[in-house]
Design a protein around this ligand. Structure first.
Ligand SMILES: [Zn+2]
Length: 119
């Protein structure tokens, strides 16, 4: 029989920073003009420890941007040493794919959060 578990009370607030490996990245909301100039919805500044995102972007696109930049951080943190173009392709595909999986399986994140809390 399928065991029903109580899913998390998910926090909808964006944290001030995101820890990737030993490093904390401060989240910074960009105005549309800055984001447009960079032709990106987000950017990870490794040296400065900043994750910038377009403050105009909402919903699934915003979630996708945060996941995208986190993946760049993971690639850096775990020394994957990829060519820039290859890195962008991998990050784009995995972030878009993962976002789609989360959209298509709305209870999955809550379940994963519950499991992670169990340690
Ligand atoms: Zn990217």
């Amino acid at each position: 029989m399928h065991k029903k578990e109580i899913l998390c009370e998910c926090n909808s607030e964006l944290p001030e920073s995101i820890k990737i490996g030993y490093r904390n990245y401060k989240l910074e909301a960009w105005k549309q003009t800055v984001a447009t100039a960079n032709e990106a919805s987000g950017q990870l500044f490794i040296t400065a420890g900043v994750l910038g995102y377009n403050q105009e972007e909402k919903g699934v696109s915003h979630a996708n941007t945060i996941l995208h930049e986190i993946m760049h951080g993971i690639i850096y943190q775990w020394n994957m040493e990829l060519d820039d173009k290859v890195e962008e392709t991998i990050v784009n595909s995995l972030a878009n794919g993962l976002t789609t999986v989360f959209v298509d399986n709305p209870e999955l994140l809550g379940y994963l959060k519950t499991k992670i809390k169990e340690g």
